[in-house]
Design a protein around this ligand. Structure first.
Ligand code: NAP
Length: 305
């Protein structure tokens, strides 16, 4: 099975329905050639969109990815690269504490550093990583416009923004913000009812969904035992084929996220081939409305009012 594709916004870009998240890349401990093999593996499956951020791996992930890509630069034409900026970590000695910086100079410098590390001349999408209490919408807009005019980014968006913050930044821009990258999972359902996903529907933009599996907590935390049991039950009902070494409950979770009418694009957080393949196969799972609500209830521990 290959992955379908979706426009994030009527004016683009078009991304793969499931996206490869590279936050944990340094944990995978891959040589450049092993990483190149992994990239080819998910590109061949149709997972062509790649999610990075300047800070991932203590500012090391983009560099490691770029080293692998330099072994076969032709792969760049087969992928869409997303990166983010706006968080400043003490992993850089000049930062005395972790803080946010959404000033124009920081955004432009961060995007240019991402291009250099990744070994590419443009990002398909640049996101502001988190809302910043000191953010000045005019400054962010100025940075986005400057980067877009220079051809360094194709599109702009945000992450973890409330609907009001999104609306504010959009009001300063002559082009659309094309996504809001959000934590969306049975373990964190807040955006399903607080207006954030409603805004995505209203504007016809598709959210990107991070930590669909709760960063792995789904599989371990004792409090999610009822959720795991319900997912296992539903997995049998929908007839997900047994794949060796794969915890198929995660496939039901991806299906649960993708069933939201705003059509979130789930980010895959694992570098293990069988888990990437399982995520891809989850596209064929169709949940009933009642199954969706059973998962909601098992995760929250209470019924709808
Ligand atoms: P996730 O899928 O919720 O969690 C991935 C973790 O779950 C990995 O440690 C993985 O371990 C583990 N896992 C997966 N399947 C498992 C299984 N069957 N049994 C046990 N453990 C399992 O996703 P995430 O990594 O937290 O986030 C995905 C992507 O979202 C990131 O790479 C990043 O691109 C993006 N993100 C964005 C933000 C933001 O603020 N915008 C925040 C966080 C993440 P293995 O490695 O062993 O497979």
């Amino acid at each position: 099975m290959s992955v379908s594709r979706l426009p994030l916004h009527p004016e683009g870009p078009t991304f793969s329905r499931l996206i490869m998240g590279y936050w944990r890349l340094m944990e995978w401990q891959l040589s450049p050639s092993a990483l190149l093999d992994l990239m080819k593996y998910h590109l061949d499956l149709g997972v062509t969109t790649i999610d990075h951020a300047d800070i991932y791996g203590g500012y090391q992930c983009e560099q490691a990815f770029g080293e692998a890509l330099r072994l076969d630069p032709s792969l760049r034409n087969r992928m869409e690269i997303v990166s983010k900026c706006g968080i400043a970590l003490t992993a850089k000695p000049e930062h005395a504490l972790n803080h946010y910086n959404t000033g124009k100079a920081h955004i432009i410098a961060s995007a240019e550093a991402s291009l250099q590390k990744l070994g590419t001349d443009h990002l398909d999408l640049l996101l502001i990583h988190r809302p910043d209490p000191l953010m000045d919408a005019d400054e962010i807009a100025d940075a986005f416009i400057t980067l877009k005019q220079a051809g360094k980014i194709k599109h702009a968006g945000v992450s973890n923004f409330t609907a009001r913050q999104f609306e504010l930044l959009q009001s300063r821009l002559p082009f659309p913000l094309v996504t809001n990258q959000l934590e969306i999972s049975p373990l964190n359902q807040s955006t399903t009812l607080d207006g954030t996903l409603d805004q995505c529907q209203q504007l016809r933009i598709k959210p990107m969904a991070w930590s669909c599996l709760g960063g792995g907590r789904l599989f371990q935390a004792p409090e999610y035992a009822p959720l795991r049991a319900e997912l296992e039950q539903i997995r049998h009902e929908v007839g997900v084929e047994q794949i060796e070494q794969i915890e198929q409950i995660e496939q039901v979770v991806y299906a649960w996220v993708m069933m939201l009418p705003s059509q979130p694009l789930p980010l895959i957080g694992s570098g293990k081939r069988e888990r990437i393949a399982a995520a891809v196969a989850s596209q064929s799972i169709v949940l009933s409305r009642q199954q969706w609500f059973r998962i909601r209830k098992a995760a929250l521990g209470y019924d709808v009012p």
